[in-house]
Design a protein around this ligand. Structure first.
Ligand code: HEC
Ligand code: HEC
Ligand code: HEC
Ligand code: HEC
Ligand code: HEC
Length: 359
């Protein structure tokens, strides 16, 4: 397998002039990603493992690897089955084809439908999620940030891999809307991590990129909200009694965008315990409302509130009585927690907690 890959790559005549900036092709989200004009191509990431063991091991444990298979995504997709989800979570043409071949199976699995299930065809390509080839293979060549010195294969050099704009292709996109079966995107962001990062960078003069924080030393860990140690260190809570009240001060710590960012359902809750048990006194994150356009009769999702923590902007929350507090992170929506496709424990993690001494 390795020999075939290398031989095929070597047999490829180098393009007359390597393009200065690769057309990554991520921006579209309305069609699967084809890596060579019209030609289906999938390179299994295992083929890179022998020579790039560290990158492979890091990636294999990352959320990019499980972007199609992880439970939080799979249950989200069962509730909202849209082709454009596949174009990002299993983006290559061969991956998408496998999933679309199972369309009936997914439809039958829809939580509201109770039908006998047809057999599901295997999805070995889709199971690779965001693979090595997705980020590194274009126009029949491996693309790397350097000049390929010492590489066992031809390398097209593109330093733009090291810029935040490279990640933006998938980490910045808008709400879709459908007109007569044709999908287009509105101007309401579904994820706007790249814009949040640009604002942070402009305000602070920081030059750190997505890669600096999520791929430290080039490590392919893509650590994020599913790395609970990393998540825990990204927020601080101070709590004290003042007069008859309890005051909380919440702040994000060294986060180059909002907390939470990314998926629209992510949120945090600040909860206190009193004689009646635990209560949420503050929700951190975005909320959306379905809005009807009286002229066109169309319903769209609009942002109705955004209490995400901004970098460098502490937030104070005051409550009347409490004996203990906790800050919890929620990977999905409150509806998902009630819907019960996944156990609550899989959707909620307590980040910080404390006891308030009596005065
Ligand atoms: C989500 C996109 C993405 C995926 C998936 C990905 N890489 Fe990378 N890779 C990058 C970026 C970005 C860099 C540049 C990192 C830097 O220099 O800060 C990079 C750099 C590299 C380098 C150069 C040396 C180094 O480690 O910096 C190698 C080799 C490499 N990747 C191999 C792989 C292999 C093998 C896989 C699959 C197991 C893989 N990559 C998956 C984005 C990705
Ligand atoms: C037979 C061994 C071998 C295989 C297989 C192999 N590589 Fe490499 N590759 C190398 C060596 C050696 C280098 C140069 C040293 C380094 O950067 O790690 C390299 C360099 C790279 C670079 C960095 C180029 C640069 O200068 O920026 C990338 C990216 C890369 N490989 C990706 C891949 C991916 C993705 C695969 C699987 C599709 C793969 N390689 C398969 C040996 C291999
Ligand atoms: C200064 C460091 C820093 C920079 C720069 C940064 N991040 Fe993050 N990121 C974090 C920290 C810390 C967390 C964990 C806290 C959280 O979940 O927000 C995180 C979490 C995330 C998460 C998952 C958690 C969530 O809230 O959904 C994603 C996705 C993410 N970052 C993507 C990006 C992208 C894309 C960029 C560049 C456009 C970027 N980050 C730039 C530090 C950084
Ligand atoms: C081809 C699309 C694509 C590209 C390019 C891409 N990502 Fe992602 N990324 C995803 C998807 C899809 C997920 C969600 C996986 C899941 O279901 O949890 C994700 C998840 C993440 C997470 C969240 C991990 C967590 O624990 O919450 C981080 C961090 C992240 N990506 C960083 C990056 C960085 C940094 C880059 C650029 C070097 C990048 N991504 C490029 C598609 C992409
Ligand atoms: C343009 C790319 C893109 C599209 C389209 C997309 N996603 Fe995602 N999705 C991401 C990225 C990037 C993340 C990681 C953000 C984060 O960690 O908060 C993510 C995260 C998620 C998560 C959280 C997974 C986890 O590990 O916690 C779920 C669930 C999810 N997406 C479901 C969907 C569904 C359902 C659709 C279609 C309706 C969809 N996505 C469409 C890029 C995309």
């Amino acid at each position: 397998m390795l020999a075939i890959l290398i031989a095929a790559a070597l047999a490829e005549p180098p393009p007359a002039e390597a393009p200065a900036v690769t057309d990554w092709g991520f921006e579209d989200h309305l069609a699967p990603l084809t890596l060579r004009d019209g030609e289906p191509l999938h390179i299994a990431s295992d083929r890179c493992a022998d020579c790039h063991a560290q990158q492979h091991a890091d990636w294999a444990a990352s959320r990019h690897r499980s972007a199609w298979t992880n439970d939080v995504f799979q249950t989200g997709y069962l509730v909202e089955q849209k082709d454009f989800c596949v174009y990002c979570h299993a983006p290559l043409a061969e991956q998408t084809a496998e999933v679309l071949a199972n369309r009936d199976w997914y439809t039958a699995q829809h939580p509201r439908i109770n039908a006998p299930l047809p057999d599901k065809l295997p999805e070995p390509h889709a199971a690779e999620g965001v693979s090595c080839a997705t980020c590194h293979w274009r126009n029949g060549r491996l693309v790397g940030p350097g000049n390929g010195t010492g590489a066992a294969h031809p390398v097209a050099s593109d330093p733009s891999l090291q810029e935040s704009s490279f990640c933006a292709g998938c980490h910045e996109f808008y709400m879709p809307e459908g007109h007569g079966g044709v999908i287009s995107f509105t101007d309401v962001p579904m994820q706007h991590t790249f814009t949040e990062w640009q604002n942070w960078s402009a305000q602070t003069g920081e030059e750190r990129t997505c890669q600096s924080c999520h791929m430290p030393d080039g490590r392919h860990v893509f650590r994020g909200a599913h790395d609970v140690t990393f998540l825990r260190s990204s927020v601080s809570v101070d709590a004290w009694r003042a007069g008859g009240a309890v005051v909380f001060c919440l702040e994000s710590v060294d986060v180059g965008h909002h907390l939470p960012t990314g998926d629209l359902f992510r949120h945090l809750t600040l909860e206190v315990r009193d004689a009646d048990g635990w209560h949420t006194i503050h929700r951190i994150g975005r909320l959306f409302a379905l809005v009807l356009d009286p002229e066109t009769g169309e319903i769209s999702k609009q942002l109705s509130a955004d209490t995400s923590l901004r970098p460098g902007e502490p937030v104070e929350v005051i409550t009347s009585s409490a004996s203990a507090w906790r800050l919890r992170y929620h990977y999905a929506s409150a509806e998902d927690e009630v819907r019960g496709l996944l156990p609550r424990d899989a959707l909620i993690v307590t980040l910080l907690e404390g006891v308030l001494e009596e005065e």
